[in-house]
Design a protein around this ligand. Structure first.
Ligand SMILES: [Zn+2]
Length: 102
């Protein structure tokens, strides 16, 4: 496949991911199981097409239990000032995501 069509595919997948994330967000309160399904779908797309999620997208959900992260509700956010590390901890499964704060 040529470079151009690869680019088109990736763009389409990225759009699809953004839409799925929106849907996961809007269905989270009323249908958490549906939101989990959307998030799993996003993860499948990421792995299949090797697209990168934006930082904001990465921090929107737990990639272990596929729960949409709502700060103050099901995710604990802490900051290690010494190393400038931001840590997100999923309250449901305990998965931690650490990121360098820029
Ligand atoms: Zn989790």
């Amino acid at each position: 496949m040529d470079k151009r069509s690869k680019k088109v595919i990736k763009e389409t997948v990225r759009e699809r991911i953004a839409k799925l994330l929106d849907e996961a967000r809007s269905s989270f309160k009323t249908h958490p199981e549906r939101s989990e399904r959307y998030l799993r779908l996003i993860w499948k797309l990421v792995q299949k097409y090797k697209v990168r999620l934006s930082r904001e997208q990465k921090l929107s959900f737990c990639k272990k239990c596929f729960t949409l992260w709502v700060p103050g509700k099901n995710v604990e956010i802490s900051f290690e000032a010494r190393n400038s590390i931001l840590e997100y901890k999923c309250k449901k499964c305990g998965f931690k995501r650490r990121l360098k704060y820029k």
